[in-house]
Design a protein around this ligand. Structure first.
Ligand code: NDP
Length: 522
């Protein structure tokens, strides 16, 4: 079995450095018919294509899923304690390779601090589930006697054989890997595909998995694009997809055709309401952090700001003051607070939203547009190719309204559009006037006032007296359901990957169809 696994993992991971190698080596016969698809990968700090990946083909994905499915039978049948032991070993290997994982994620994203914490979030989640998984299984099992005293019932928890995990580019290591953990505890095998935009971390991640041979049998990372993702959907038994609403819909439709469950974690357009009674300084600090962290490339970034009209002008001044203190990680990648845009196409979308707002009457109070900054090689000798890319200073727009893309569509940049409201009802109506519903925030004079408003917002997570508290929810293992088009299915825990099978046992006489009709229903 170990041999199968080692081969599977070698085969499953298309190399991020070797154009021709990759996933194809053991599947030459399968893939001979199709040309390997070599995809360029752009470095966000330099704007240069500095690596390539070979996308795993549909045939390779089918072969990988078949191997995983075979290995899963033993993994799924093993006692939970056994899986916990293997997961603890993986946590140790993740700790041992932390530096390489951070380095790769940081090149993928241009992030500093966030790449530092990404492996820690993964390790923390594994260890947390090691501690609580036995209770989760125990509570999900039901055992007892039916109304007919001789008929007893029990619950088997049966994992879906193969879980397909498809991740986005904005937190590549964290989101792809976090979503693979609950299915592994459940007893599924997992195939994971991060975005083609940010695949460098896969190589060190594969190393951590190879060092735990039993895990390598049931966990495979592959690289590729949307086509590879489609093949995963076609060959898995349950899908956890994180990405855009547009692709989430395609995935949901494909899963529906196959009658397999899809868990969708999609985009957001998070509002914050700042009331007349709020501490405006506190609100300004919280809003800048919520809107600008990771250059705004977070699904639960603050993207719409509603401020009571009497305090609007004062708040905008404080917001500009706070946002003006934020500096780019440029030219020194180790200084400042915000890095480059990860995806070139995202910078174009941000620009388009700002242009649309300006054309419809908005005004820029701070910042402006994405900037194309050249690498500063001379100043950072030895740091070749760093300190360039597409950047953007925190930007504040006023005079916005709901006819503008900046208030309706996901922007995913460090942009803060501020709109006035008069009454509490109007603020709630505006915040809920969206086809998203991922999360939201309220900052008011008292917790009670904020809470009254929070309870009326249509969003899966609401931060009260702050923004961006979703992270604390992750740490606590909270589950929440996205509203509208921001997703489907709760942020998935172990139980989402288990099918409940009721086993009914009759310890009494078997009944006669003629003499005892319908007694057993009774
Ligand atoms: P995309 O929807 O473009 O891509 C997500 C993943 O799906 C990628 O791996 C992509 O591959 C793959 N993919 C694309 N098309 C298909 C398909 N038809 N079938 C299967 N897989 C497919 O999202 P982004 O990568 O642009 O990520 C940003 C989005 O993710 C934002 O909307 C953001 O809000 C959302 N997001 C949501 C989170 C949440 O928890 N709710 C968390 C983080 C991000 P490839 O990129 O290689 O083409």
């Amino acid at each position: 079995m170990a041999k199968t696994a080692a081969t599977a993992n070698k085969a499953d991971s298309a190399s991020t450095t070797n154009k021709a190698g990759s996933a194809n080596s053991t599947n030459k016969a399968d893939s001979a018919a199709t040309e390997p698809r070599v995809l360029p990968v752009r470095n966000p700090r330099t704007g240069e294509i500095d690596t390539h990946i070979t996308a795993a083909s549909a045939e390779e994905i089918a072969a990988t899923c078949a191997r995983l499915r075979q290995a899963q039978a033993a993994w799924g049948r093993a006692p939970l304690g056994h899986r916990i032991g293997v997961m603890k070993q993986w946590a140790e290997r993740l700790k041992a390779h932390r530096a390489a994982l951070v380095e790769a994620d940081s090149i993928d994203t241009g992030y500093g601090q966030i790449s530092q914490v990404a492996p820690q979030m993964v390790i923390g989640t594994i260890l947390r589930l090691c501690a609580i998984a036995p209770a989760i299984f125990e509570q999900a099992r039901r055992k007892g006697t039916s109304p007919v005293p001789s008929i007893h019932y029990d619950t088997n928890l049966r994992p879906y054989p193969v879980a397909g995990i498809i991740g986005p580019w904005n937190a590549p290591l964290m989101l792809s890997t976090l979503h693979a953990i609950p299915p592994l505890f459940a007893g599924c095998a997992a195939i994971v595909k991060p975005s083609e935009v940010a695949p460098r971390f896969v190589k060190p991640m594969m190393e951590t998995i190879r060092e735990v041979p039993e895990l390598a049998e049931v966990l495979a990372y592959v690289v590729g694009d949307g086509e590879t993702g489609q093949a995963i959907v076609e060959n898995s038994d349950i899908i956890n997809f994180t990405g855009s609403v547009a692709n989430g819909r395609k995935v949901a439709e494909a899963c529906a055709r196959r009658f397999i469950p899809s868990i969708l974690e999609l985009g957001g357009k998070d509002p914050v309401i700042v009331t007349e009674t709020a501490d405006l300084k506190r609100a300004a600090k919280a809003v800048v952090r919520g809107a600008v962290t990771s250059t705004g490339q977070v699904c639960f970034s603050i993207e719409r700001i509603y401020v009571q009209e009497k305090v609007h002008d004062a708040f905008v001044e404080l917001l500009a003051e706070e946002a003006g203190r934020v500096e780019l990680n440029y030219p020194d990648p180790h200084a400042g607070q915000i890095g480059p845009f990860i995806a070139e196409r995202q910078a174009r979308i941000v620009d388009e939203h700002i242009e649309d707002a300006l054309a419809k009457g908005a005004a820029i109070r701070l910042g402006g547009k994405p900037l194309n900054l050249p690498p500063q090689r001379a100043e950072h000798a030895g740091d070749s190719g760093r300190g360039g890319g597409l950047y953007m200073h925190p930007t504040i727009l006023t005079g916005v309204n709901h006819d503008m893309k900046i208030m309706r569509d996901e922007t995913f940049g460090p942009v803060m559009p501020v709109m006035k409201y008069r009454t509490e009802e109007e603020a709630i109506r505006l915040a809920n006037d969206t086809y998203y519903g991922l999360s939201a925030a309220v900052i008011a004079g008292t917790v009670e006032e904020a809470r009254r408003i929070a309870d009326q917002l249509d969003a899966g997570v609401v931060s009260v007296q702050d923004t961006f508290l979703t992270f604390a929810g992750f740490g606590a293992g909270l589950q929440s359901d996205s509203f509208n088009f921001s997703g489907m299915g709760s942020r998935a825990g172990i139980l989402a990957f288990l099918r409940r099978q009721s086993v009914l046992t009759n310890t009494g006489e078997a009944e006669s169809m003629v003499d005892d009709s319908l007694k057993a229903v009774g």
